[in-house]
Design a protein around this ligand. Structure first.
Ligand SMILES: Nc1nc2c(ncn2[C@@H]2O[C@H](COP(=O)(O)OP(=O)(O)OP(=O)(O)O)[C@@H](O)[C@H]2O)c(=O)[nH]1
Ligand SMILES: [Mg+2]
Ligand SMILES: [Zn+2]
Ligand SMILES: [Zn+2]
Length: 480
């Protein structure tokens, strides 16, 4: 790894200390040498007369060289050994401090996932709050254990205990301003074909989570930055309250990211540090055509995936529904073949992970059928069907989500999607089926009235994070 020089002062034990020891030895040696020289001079001045004093001087000069040097070697040796041991102890202490920081980051699963370029880091680039200089490796080391002194003189924290995460940070790869560093990210991409209902789902989930789930479970929400606060107030809330959706724009400017992340921090008395919920939305078009501008690295480290299926894009299912379906709904169908969507996704995964086709993936994937408000759909996989099944088999309410999963699988198998269900089973060890309605009705017929949007995320959060499960646990999911 390239060890970039930091704009900070090297701590005493890693530079000045050794220099001081060297200087001490030199001064000590010079003293000794001066003494010898003095004697030598005295002897030389008395050379003419070979007096007793002259001989005595010669002897004392000789003794001085002998004992003086021996004395020098012993003393400077002893000083070096003692200081050396002291330094080693200090180094060990520094190493322990570094190790506690590293272990804390890794054990807590803290990292940074750049919402812009999608790169993942343990330590981002931090900025000095005084002079704005970049510190690329702000960890305990030769510049200091808990704090380091910036070239400008500012003392800045370099350990989690001294709150390094409170400094302004940016992505070392693309320079994007980061917030919520030193938190535990929960990254969830929402994928699917065109008009599958991804954006509507994210709108409904984010609003419901922030406005309802958080207050009733004692969770504290903090917006990521000003831009995200504005986005929440002006797009998410607006769309929610007016029952609208916006088609996700295909990003033509190649310097911009195709996949947009919406993120916010969640705090609770039940866990620490905060969780950073990061949800990714992509235009179905670029997803299918594989024309995203940036590498979709989030699929490699994400904690779960939401795969949206438009029920109207399933031809056999659509046949049942044709007469009763509204014009708006008919016109907002992304006529995509599910297998093409899955193939596009598998290709992306293979590209970024370099893993072979038949490698089983353990990331939880929630397969979510959208637009659950469409009438005929509920007669196959709606609440009543699930309740009837539970009564018939004398099951408790706790098994609701498991029955839903079972009934949707059956529905897909019966409607020409057995191959898809089978493929998901082969490729994803952790998969579960859900049905939701993000808007709750046809678009623009009143504010959102979502059903079933929380459950897929709750399942993913619970799978990803036991501490989060402890704080948000409103549904029971069996181990299927
Ligand atoms: N009836 C009904 N229609 C919905 C629902 N959610 C989405 N739709 C319809 O589906 C259309 C597409 O929804 P979006 O959320 O924009 O779909 P998307 O997957 O983000 O689509 P792209 O951004 O183009 O990839 C909307 O305009 C709505 O008409 C829902 O819960 N119920
Ligand atoms: Mg969209
Ligand atoms: Zn970046
Ligand atoms: Zn500075």
């Amino acid at each position: 790894m390239k060890r970039e020089k930091q704009p900070a002062k090297v701590s005493y034990f890693f530079g000045p200390g050794w220099k001081n020891l060297g200087e001490f030895t030199k001064i000590f040696w010079n003293l000794n040498r001066d003494d010898v020289r003095k004697r030598q001079k005295k002897f030389e001045s008395g050379m003419g007369v070979m007096s007793i004093r002259g001989v005595a001087n010669l002897i004392s000069c000789f003794m001085l060289i002998l004992f003086g040097t021996a004395f020098f070697v012993i003393i400077s040796g002893a000083v070096s050994v003692i200081l050396g041991i002291a330094y080693i102890i200090v180094y060990i202490l520094f190493f322990i401090v570094w190790l506690t920081d590293r272990i804390y980051l890794l054990r807590k699963r803290i990292f940074v996932a750049c919402p812009n370029c999608k790169e993942k880091y343990l330590i981002p680039t931090y900025r000095c709050p005084n002079c704005n200089r970049k510190h690329t490796r702000l960890t305990p080391g030769k510049y200091g254990a808990f704090y380091r002194t910036c070239e400008c003189g500012e003392k800045i924290p370099c350990h989690f205990l001294t709150k390094r995460g409170s400094l302004a940070a940016e992505c070392p790869n693309c320079g994007y301003s980061l917030s919520g560093t030193e938190t535990v990210p929960i990254c969830v991409p929402v994928i699917g074909g065109r008009s599958a209902g991804k954006t509507a789902y994210i709108t409904a989930f984010v609003y419901e989570f922030i406005e309802k789930v958080a207050p009733r479970n004692g969770l504290r929400i903090r917006h990521y930055n000003q831009k995200m606060t504005t986005f929440y107030n002006q797009e998410i809330k607006e769309d929610y309250l007016h029952g609208t959706t916006r088609m996700t724009k295909t990003e033509n400017d190649i310097s911009q990211a195709s996949t947009k992340a919406f993120n916010f921090m969640v705090g609770s008395d039940k866990f620490s540090p905060e969780r950073l919920v990061q949800i990714y939305d992509v235009a179905g078009e670029s997803f299918i055509d594989n024309t995203e501008n940036e590498e979709q690295l989030q699929y490699k480290y994400c904690q779960g995936i939401v795969f949206m299926i438009d029920p109207l894009a399933i031809p056999m299912a659509r046949n049942h529904m044709d007469e009763k379906i509204s014009e708006v709904d008919k016109n907002s169908v992304g006529t995509m073949d599910m297998d093409i969507i899955l193939d596009a996704f598998m290709n992306k995964l293979r590209q970024i992970t370099g893993k072979s086709v038949d490698k089983v993936i353990s990331t939880p994937i929630a397969i979510v059928i959208s637009k659950g408000d469409i009438k005929t759909l509920s007669s196959f996989i709606g609440e009543e069907v699930i309740s009837d099944y539970m009564i018939k088999h004398e099951l408790s309410m706790d098994s609701y989500m498991d029955v839903q999963d079972k009934i949707i699988r059956q529905f897909l198998n019966d409607n020409g999607m057995a191959g898809f269900v089978n493929n998901i089973d082969l490729k994803f060890k952790n998969n579960r089926y859900f049905i939701c309605s993000a808007i709750g009705h046809t678009r623009e017929a009143g504010h959102y009235n979502p059903k079933g949007v929380l459950e897929p995320m709750e399942w993913i959060f619970q799978k990803a994070d036991p501490a989060m499960k402890n704080a948000w646990n409103e549904h029971k999911f069996g181990n299927n």
